[in-house]
Ligand binder design. Structure first.
Ligand SMILES: [Zn+2]
Length: 450
């Protein structure tokens, strides 16, 4: 009966006669074009290629129109006569580069010693409101795009949509929603609580055992709005669990997740610390390994064979090992894991970098405070990268991993007008990126000095 009524409504929609032309509203005139001419003292348009001295970045509306050598810029008299608005930005004392990309953040939370109390006292609405503050800090730190790989209650989806609608300031977000985890695994947020408190989480909460539940969990997150799928292949440092850092999902489960996500056009990010879980996830066809703490020579071979990326999160490793030294900061089972990870994650990075693995920038911010993402650059250089390689990881390579390299990652014609500036040359001193001066996303200024 209901279906019949719906069909009638649809049919009616398609068969109503159009009103006569005279009754239709007059066409709305197109908004005038807006040009922004950015005079750059130094411009790193394509990380990996030498920067240009004295260049003008020409932005038309939200996109890059062209990069022009010299500070004169183009003659836009004709466009002005046609009503275009023309603005200028004098960055002659600045070094300009593409907006930075962090492939691993959690904007819905920031870890502190009260995290368990928050889980039983705070609502998703409270987390959502706080996430707008974290999003703003992230953007003001120069990160114009992030991948949020793990949040609950739909917070990251709502935040992403509000930012896209221009309702709150923040970076462009690709969000995974709930991570897919085994019962009692790293993504099981009921770990450590009384068994009767939250009930038994299932595929809708991202908890899946066996290939069928894994497929359902992936499809459910995509239905809710996931841009990317996150899975926890091994145990994790901060989960309140003594289930170790080794492999949790079996190969058939990993394959079910990767194949289901890929069949629906989503990439797969696998949290993995233990060697067995890293290598099993790579064999199953995931697109990136997050952390990769105990990766080995076989992992390096698999990364290259499969074309997968490493997202190193050195800052998270350093943060958790430092916090583990504060008595009572973490529960004993967490502190024990945290102390192991920091030094080892630097070693894993070195092995991957020397082995030629593709490395995409990611911090796990939320484990460390939001807005300090750029501290990762100094750690990457300390672990063996050149500053240029670290900047490429946070622009060109990160955009590739996220599948949005036609839009972001370099400053070339047709791409989004996302750029940042610093005073000194970050290719000489990469810590310059911890002192971002200007932030522009989609042609709109979000931060200026002072
Ligand atoms: Zn994480």
């Amino acid at each position: 009966m209901l279906r019949c009524a719906l069909l009638m409504v649809l049919l009616t929609c398609f068969t109503l006669p159009l009103p006569p032309a005279s009754a239709q509203p007059a066409p709305v005139p197109a908004a005038p074009d807006r040009y922004l001419l950015v005079r750059c003292g130094h411009l790193l348009a394509v990380p990996g290629v030498d920067p240009l001295a004295n260049a003008t970045l020409v932005i038309k509306n939200r996109r890059i129109d062209r990069v022009q050598p010299g500070l004169q810029g183009p003659d836009l008299a004709k466009e002005k006569a046609q009503g275009a608005a023309i603005e200028e930005l004098d960055l002659r004392d600045q070094f300009v580069l593409p907006g930075l990309i962090d492939c691993h953040v959690h904007l819905s939370m920031e870890f502190d010693s009260r995290i368990m109390a928050r889980a039983v006292t705070e609502s998703d609405a409270a987390a959502a409101i706080r996430s707008t503050l974290f999003a703003r800090r992230t953007l003001e730190a120069g990160f114009t795009t992030v991948r949020d790989v793990g949040s609950s209650g739909g917070v990251a989806f709502a935040l992403r949509d509000a930012i896209n609608a221009g309702e709150v300031p923040g970076p462009r977000i690709l969000a995974s929603g709930e991570p897919i985890s085994v019962t009692g695994g790293h993504g099981d947020q009921t770990n450590g609580f009384r068994a009767d408190l939250f009930g038994v989480p299932g595929p809708k909460e991202g908890i899946a055992d066996g290939p069928d539940e894994c497929r359902k969990a992936v499809r459910f997150q995509i239905k809710l709005g996931a841009d990317v799928i996150k899975l926890t292949s091994t145990g994790g440092v901060l989960s309140i669990s003594s289930a170790g850092l080794a492999q949790h999902f079996f190969p058939d489960e990993l394959e079910a997740i990767a194949q289901t996500a890929h069949s629906m056009g989503r990439r797969v990010a696998a949290h993995a610390h233990g060697t067995d879980g890293i290598n099993a996830a790579l064999r199953a066809g995931v697109d990136s390994i997050e952390h990769g703490t105990y990766l080995d020579d076989e992992s390096v071979r698999l990364f290259k064979e499969k074309g997968a990326y490493l997202v190193p999160t050195l800052l998270a490793g350093q943060t958790v090992s430092a916090n583990a030294e504060i008595p009572g900061y973490y529960m004993p089972m967490v502190a024990q894991k945290a102390k192991l990870v920091g030094p080892r994650i630097m070693e894993a990075f070195r092995l991957a970098r020397d082995g030629g693995v593709k490395i995409a920038f990611g911090t796990d911010s939320g484990v460390s405070p939001h807005g300090q993402n750029a501290k990762e650059f100094g750690l990457m250089v300390k672990a063996g990268m050149t500053p240029t390689e670290a900047v490429v990881a946070a622009t060109v390579t990160a955009a590739e991993l996220c599948g949005i390299n036609a839009l972001v990652g370099t400053l070339e014609a047709g791409k989004a007008a996302d750029f940042v500036s610093v005073h000194g040359n970050p290719l000489e001193d990469v810590t310059e990126l911890e002192r971002i001066q200007w932030v522009v996303r989609d042609g709109q200024v979000f931060k200026r000095p002072g």
